[in-house]
Design a binder for this molecule. Sequence first.
Ligand code: MG
Length: 167
Amino acid sequence: MPQDSPRIGHGYDVHRLELPADGGLPLVIGGVRFEHVHGPVAHSDGDVLLHAVTDALLGALGEPDIGQLFSDTDPKHQGQDSAEFVGEAMRRVRAAGYRVGNLDATVVLERPKLGPRKEEIRARLAELLGTDAVNVKGKTHEGLDAVGRGKAIEAHAVVLIVADTRN
Ligand code: MG
């Protein structure tokens, strides 16, 4: 893959939120654990933001998406820390001669409030992506549809990868 021009990638993910009795896992967003009554239904740890970021990185490389790389029926990925998915995507970014230029992401959820933990999430993403150029935004869905009723959580991510000319 030629590295003379930057490449952009987009990722999106959604998870249903349920009570633990109905299969809801502990709520983890961007690698940060929240105490909340509902949690994602997922095969891995259900980290919606890290899934969107993984797909953005893979998308920038033009590689298969997260669902193709990490099958959600493979017992190996059950309950898996989604930082591993980002880690594998970053290995591929580096192997292709790129680094992350910047990441901009939005998490859409009604509750809990993201604001107080946003810097923690941003710092964790910065660590995983090897750059401080990371931005995280939180939005509600204004009471509309499943996200607005607190029954689902969504994340969007856009990433720019640039040629790594540092060494
Ligand atoms: Mg997912």
